[in-house]
Design a protein around this ligand. Structure first.
Ligand SMILES: O=C(O)CCC(=O)C(=O)O
Length: 351
């Protein structure tokens, strides 16, 4: 592990340059959004003048995701570093934990998981995270302060205890604090398990370097508005968070169709169906109702991923997914770890 290198935006830029010069397919490179991206990467557009996330998202949609396939081809086997959490934590966790407890659970299902994520876009583990580990994670979140999501996807500034959240009707989603993720040795052990590193490297065909953790408490509300449901990720959507990325969901409560089971359209990660009339002129950010997607995908491709606490789901969330809206009085706790092969925000910070 001494081979870890420090990630820099410059490193990502050199990959972007290689990618842009390898874009020979004129049906892709002539798209206005892709053209803009090319001009941006050549320094012809001031970085501050564009929203890089929106630009890349548009290129993704306009090219039916082909833009990303070309990135994938050009970045294959490039060795991007995996160290945005410090090497110190990495080595100290490794030293202390002779056998990684997550690897013991996860590694036996490695091949099934990788095959299923490639083919279907998701995998739900047969094994659960061991009960003592789940209980330790739950002890941490139960004592954590939470922040409500307010209209406009704005995070409130107030911190609430769990009891306060349960009696608060301003929001249907409350985020755990960042401190939780920084201080949780268990999560660090999970992120640096051989399973996670190997899965993401195999799926990305290059090394993941960016890790993002989040988690929240959702609760049902009888009169939840469409806006609340949409912004709490309870209506179908897709993520474009990096060129390649994976999310790992860990349920910390028992979850069924009434209490927010995660749903995914199997296979929807493979190509973006922008020739399908309802999706032909979609805005950058949109939510798709189930009635629309059920005309596009076979009914048996909609997977409802219920599971007991400790359930682990790995997913390429560039496919259509959501958490089901919860029935009133129901709650769900979920932790999410995201691995990425690129970090768009860094692109606009280049001098
Ligand atoms: O809550 C869920 O199950 C869905 C979460 C989601 O859509 C996301 O993390 O992108």
């Amino acid at each position: 592990m001494s081979s870890l290198v420090t990630y820099t935006p410059e490193l990502q830029y050199s990959q972007i340059h290689k990618f842009v010069s390898s874009l020979q397919d004129s049906s892709i490179s002539s798209l206005p959004s892709v053209q803009r991206f090319i001009r941006f990467s050549r320094g012809e557009l001031p970085p501050q003048s564009i929203n890089i996330h929106e630009l890349i998202r548009r290129a993704w949609i306009d090219s039916n995701k082909k833009f990303f396939e070309y990135w994938h081809l050009s970045s294959r086997n490039q060795s991007l570093p995996f160290n945005n959490i410090s090497n110190y934590i990495y080595t100290s966790v490794r030293r202390r934990t002779e056998v990684n407890r997550f690897d013991q659970t996860l590694l036996p299902e490695f091949t099934s998981c990788l095959k299923s994520v490639v083919k279907n876009g998701f995998y739900k583990f047969d094994s659960l995270i061991p009960e003592n580990i789940v209980n330790t994670l739950k002890d941490t979140i139960i004592n954590d302060d939470l922040t409500p999501e307010l209209p406009g996807q704005i995070r409130g500034t107030a911190s609430y205890t769990r009891e306060q959240c349960l009696s608060n009707s301003d929001s249907i989603r409350f985020f755990y604090s960042k401190l939780l993720f920084r201080s949780s040795r268990l999560l660090t052990e999970f992120i640096y398990s051989d399973f996670i590193c190997s899965l993401a490297s195999a799926y990305f065909c290059s090394r993941p370097f960016m890790v993002y953790t989040t988690g929240w408490l959702s609760k049902g509300k009888s009169n939840a508005t469409r806006e609340e449901i949409d912004q709490a990720a309870q209506q179908f959507h897709f993520d474009v968070d990096a060129f390649k990325f994976l999310k790992i969901f860990i349920y910390l409560s028992d979850v069924d169709a009434d209490s927010g089971a995660h749903q995914f359209y199997s296979g929807s990660h493979l190509a973006f169906p922008s020739s399908f009339p309802p999706l032909q002129s979609i805005p950058n950010y949109f939510r798709a109702p189930q009635e629309t997607l059920s005309r596009l995908y076979p009914s048996n491709s909609l997977q409802t991923l219920a599971g007991r606490q400790g359930t682990i789901i790995v997913e390429d969330t560039s496919g259509f997914h959501r958490g089901l809206p919860l029935l009133p009085d129901k709650t769900r706790d979920v932790l999410i770890i995201q691995l990425k092969d690129s970090h768009f925000s860094d692109l606009t910070q280049r001098k």
